[in-house]
Design a protein around this ligand. Structure first.
Ligand code: HGY
Ligand code: MN
Ligand code: MN
Length: 414
């Protein structure tokens, strides 16, 4: 059976993983940053080395395309993910899927196989959404779910705008977002959760992805002296925020469902040891595979905020992102399971807890995902790890799925 070049893939994952380290060795390549540029430049160099046509669109999505004269009229099979990271990240999230996509195309190109469709790999801009909201931004613009100008005008946590940053790093591309209309989309990704490792299963055939709700909430109270103000006379924005954090956590934990709730950022003003906080600014990340439960979570939060308002706290809510749950393409999911079986690998169907570009691409084309295990279920953490053998196994399943999709067409859809 045809197989990927394991050392080339693993070497590139490590080489890209070394790009964007700070003085303490922490890996951070936020969208539009200098570190993001370095990672992008490295990837584009590899795409060119592999002899692919490189195209960059005006939201900075990078595409490497392998097409020949006799298949250029057909829409491509697209493999994708992202190479931007969170803060103090691991080296596999997103990067593994892009580099495995490149590896699969490079392997097929060298194998003499002539797919009846072009094959393409994409690195989508700003999947993580840490600096600019919403997340999965590049693939959302590609799928026409977000207007290009709105995306380029997104203001980052540092006051920059995405459009200016893409221009500054040289990735404000020429191509119209969505220029590449995929026939089908497949994404390989680390699970970022505990299921596969806990069950000892090497391959996840991802059949759905949970809904995501991101909000930024500002609570305004009254700054006052920490020593002279009686507890009964306080309008303490920090205490109010802490009550929201506790209420969200306890509700989700008690819900006896896959519901999850996270307050990942929290800032107090004026942020002084002896001043009752006048303002608390924090973000809320709610997720659930079931849209009704997700709406119920949002409604419960809104009701709690109304209670705080009735106590005199001023509440401002800004919606940052809202994506409904997504069901992936059953046929592609079955292809993944068959490919695993043919290689003697166990697989199991599963839900993705994390957001991915695949959920945006599913709006415009059949899409599905392949997962490989995450050690300890850890991700968005420098301890993120997947064994080499598991990484290579996942890449070979991706290879087989792509050969099948292209091969199926090559045999005239028999
Ligand atoms: O937030 C997410 O799930 C993804 O990592 N952007
Ligand atoms: Mn990711
Ligand atoms: Mn991520």
């Amino acid at each position: 059976m045809i197989a990927v070049d394991a050392q080339r893939l693993l070497g590139r994952i490590r080489e890209l993983g070394a790009v964007g380290r700070d003085g303490e060795g922490r890996l951070t390549r936020l969208a539009g940053s200098d570190a993001d540029k370095q990672g992008r430049d490295l990837l584009v160099g590899w795409l060119r080395q592999a002899g692919l046509d490189v195209a960059i669109d005006s939201i900075g999505n990078i595409f490497g395309i392998w097409q020949s004269a006799d298949n250029a009229d057909n829409s491509p099979v697209l493999i994708g993910s992202h190479i931007d990271t969170v803060i103090d990240a691991g080296i596999y999230d997103g990067c593994y899927g892009v580099l495995a996509g490149l590896e699969v195309i490079e392997t097929l190109k060298a194998s003499g196989l002539s797919p009846s469709r072009p094959l393409a790999v994409a690195a989508f801009t700003n999947e993580e959404g840490v600096r600019f909201s919403p997340d999965m931004m590049g693939s959302l613009v590609h799928a026409r779910g977000l207007n290009l100008e709105t995306a380029l005008a997104a203001v980052g946590t540092d006051g920059s705008t995405l459009g200016a940053e893409l221009a500054r790093i040289g990735y404000a591309g020429e191509r119209e977002p969505g220029f590449l209309k995929p026939h089908i989309y497949v994404e390989l990704h680390i699970e970022q959760g505990p299921v596969l490792e806990r069950e000892g299963v090497p391959i996840g055939a991802v059949e759905n992805l949970q809904g995501i709700s991101w909000q930024r909430i500002t609570l305004d109270g009254v700054a006052n002296h920490a020593g002279t103000t009686p507890m009964s006379m306080r309008s303490d924005a920090g205490y109010a925020a802490a009550r929201v954090v506790t209420s969200l956590h306890d509700q989700a934990a008690a819900s006896n469902s896959p519901t999850v709730a996270t307050v990942g950022t929290l800032r107090l003003e004026p942020n002084a040891i002896n001043v009752i906080p006048s303002r608390a600014i924090f973000t809320v990340d709610l997720r659930d595979p079931n849209e009704q439960r997700l709406r119920a979570q949002e409604a419960a939060l809104s009701a709690f905020l109304d209670e705080l308002a009735a106590e005199g706290i001023a509440v401002t809510v800004e919606r940052l992102a809202r994506f409904e749950p997504v069901i992936f393409d059953g046929q592609v999911v079955e292809l993944i399971e068959t490919a695993a079986r043919k290689r003697g690998l166990a697989s199991r169907r599963m839900t993705s807890g994390a957001g991915h570009d695949a959920q945006m691409m599913a709006r415009i084309t059949p899409a599905a995902m392949i997962f490989v295990p995450s050690a300890g279920g850890i991700s968005h953490n420098p301890r993120e790890h997947t064994e080499d053998a598991e990484l290579v196994a996942g890449a070979n399943i991706l290879l087989d799925v792509i050969v099948e999709l292209a091969g199926m067409e090559a045999r005239g859809n028999d």
